[in-house]
Design a protein around this ligand. Structure first.
Ligand code: ATP
Ligand code: MG
Length: 261
């Protein structure tokens, strides 16, 4: 059965998009059929998968969501693109930000994305959603559509109010919209074990959440190779297959594969 996983955190720049791409492609390398959804009007996921100018695209996730919301006959698969490393993806551009503003004023709009995801589930083992940092109508849609939430955390940043906020959002959506939503876990990104701050942040987060929210064993190291791979439109496995970041994302993918088993 298809598992829907959101990579979500209310803080920006923590590695959500990078992790969605590398977990998604990691799952595809493990033989799974994977769809990545770009649920951010910045189109960063689309760019990380090689779309040079998302603004030039006619058919994006916004159009698919509008079609589903209006009950149009259009095939929601129409805009799906395929990346050279074996994942499918539905791209986004600024039209999604426009839709985001409109969604707030439409009754019942919280589950438009869920309706789209439900149409696409039969074709995939995993659907991974890359979301925006802000608290907007789309973030509610993302959590309403998902089975699991993965929360990337920068290990260089205190206080941890963003994790708290993200966990509270999940709890709220669990109560109101999606009782099956689970926190898949917190994982540390851009880790530099050599810094005292990094170790201190990890210690505090573990103390605050252990026994309550899963904290992944795997930590993603800071590596310039990761940033390079996004700019080149490829995964870390292709760009630097033997590097530490590729090993870490492989291990994280394995942890994700164990969900529900
Ligand atoms: P936003 O909130 O804007 O959507 P985000 O949470 O999706 O941001 P990313 O875009 O994935 O974060 O990452 C932010 C920046 O950090 C990008 O330039 C990315 O290339 C870089 N980055 C991500 N992971 C790593 C890493 N492990 N090592 C070094 N740089 C990284
Ligand atoms: Mg992003």
């Amino acid at each position: 059965m298809c598992k829907v996983i959101a990579v979500s955190c209310s803080k920006g720049g923590v590695g959500k998009t990078t992790s969605a791409v590398n977990i998604g492609i990691g799952l595809a390398y493990s033989g799974k059929k994977v769809l990545l959804l770009d649920v951010d009007g910045q189109g960063d996921l689309s760019k990380s998968l090689g779309v040079e100018n998302p603004e030039s695209l006619d058919y994006t996730i916004a159009r698919a969501m509008i079609a589903v919301a209006n009950g149009e006959e259009a095939d929601p698969r129409e805009g799906i693109m395929t990346h050279m490393e074996g994942v499918d993806f539905l791209p986004a551009n600024s039209k999604l930000s426009v839709l985001d503003k409109d969604l707030g004023s439409i009754p019942g709009s919280d589950t438009v994305l869920k309706d789209l995801v439900d149409c696409l589930k039969p074709d995939y083992d995993y659907i991974i959603l890359d979301s925006k940092p802000a608290h907007v109508a789309l973030s509610v849609n993302v959590l309403a559509a998902s089975d699991y939430v993965l929360i990337p955390v920068l290990s260089e940043y205190l206080p941890c109010t963003d994790i708290e906020q993200t966990v509270l959002n999940v709890r709220l959506i669990q109560r109101r919209l999606n009782k099956d939503l689970k926190i898949g876990g917190i994982f540390f990104t851009m880790v530099d074990d050599r810094t005292l701050l990094s170790r201190e942040v990890e210690k505090q987060i573990k103390e605050a959440y252990i026994g309550n929210v899963k904290i992944f064993d795997t930590k993603i190291p800071r590596s310039v190779r990761v940033a390079e791979s996004s700019a080149l439109g490829e995964s870390i496995y292709r760009h630097d297959p033997h590097g530490k970041a590729a090993e870490a994302y492989k291990a994280l993918t394995k942890e994700v594969l164990s969900y529900g088993q």
